[in-house]
Ligand binder design. Sequence first.
Ligand SMILES: [Zn+2]
Length: 361
Amino acid sequence: MIPVTEDLVRRIPKVLLHEHLDGGLRPNTILELAEQLGVDLPESDPERLATWFHRGADRGSLPLYLEGFGTTIAIMQTADALERIAYEAILDAAAENIVYIELRFHPGYHTQRGLSLEGVMNAVLSGLDRGSRETGVEYGLIVCAMRNMDPSVSLEMAELAVNYRNKGVVGFDLAGEEAGHPPKKHVEAFHYVQRANGNITIHAGEAFGKESIWQALQWCGAHRIGHATHLLEDMVLDENGKLVSMGTLAQYVLDKRIPLEICLLSNIHTGAAESLATHPFPLYWRYRFRVTLNTDNRLMSNTTMTKEMWTAAREYNLDLDDLEKITINAMKSAFIPHKRRLKLIYETIKTGYQKLRLELA
Ligand SMILES: [Zn+2]
């Protein structure tokens, strides 16, 4: 058997479905753009700035985790800045052999200096497109509505997502602080996307219980769930951690093959899970839920796709076949057309793994 090493994980073809555009910036880029735009930063050295973001995020609470985004968003206010940040996200993905990436953001955050929503969308899509043409990494963009905002804003975001779907937008999401902001408050926006035959993913069960996951699926029509850490509440385990029974919600998620966008390190930082040892991922994996691994916010959580997969492999004893299965799970669950997904699975992911197996055998 081929031993899984960090270097091997870096080389395998990877798929990333859950990464926030405003949570994955390069520290150097933040410094340069802040200077151009006259934005004050707490640190002037890239490494110290990265540590500042990470320390701010690693406080065991989702509201505290979200604080650092005020700083990244402050410099994401011009078309040039947005284009560059989107472009660099694709280059970063290519550098660690991500072959398909879905990035998400809330366009309404980027109009503070006069950009229109269309101006924001066009800048981001143009950066993603430039990166993709240079590297061959394929992408999809997801528009986020924010849970704490008025439902009318969510509806506007839903319309934006649908209007841009032939230009690179592949789905619609609900993000932000979960407690006290149930997804069903935004049901009108989700129904709009549903009626337009659009794709929906929702952050649910991260900072709040299984009720939030249930609402996301059964009220809002989510096709995927972001995090789903609290789905564990719908399962009964014995003292050895073996599954004894599950409720109808967990059974539904399992049977309908609902993809779960698991973000291990971010969950530890927000307190969604206490530790890697008690994270429900290995249980979901063992009982054949459709799990995927993701970064959430590379800057805030001081992570990469390589680090997430390597952490999972080391912590939960995953072998190369397991990593391939998780990657194919993600590619099957992507919001691009079926034909393109199959092409990536058969011509890029499986062949990439095969090549590495032959080389290392
Ligand atoms: Zn997220």
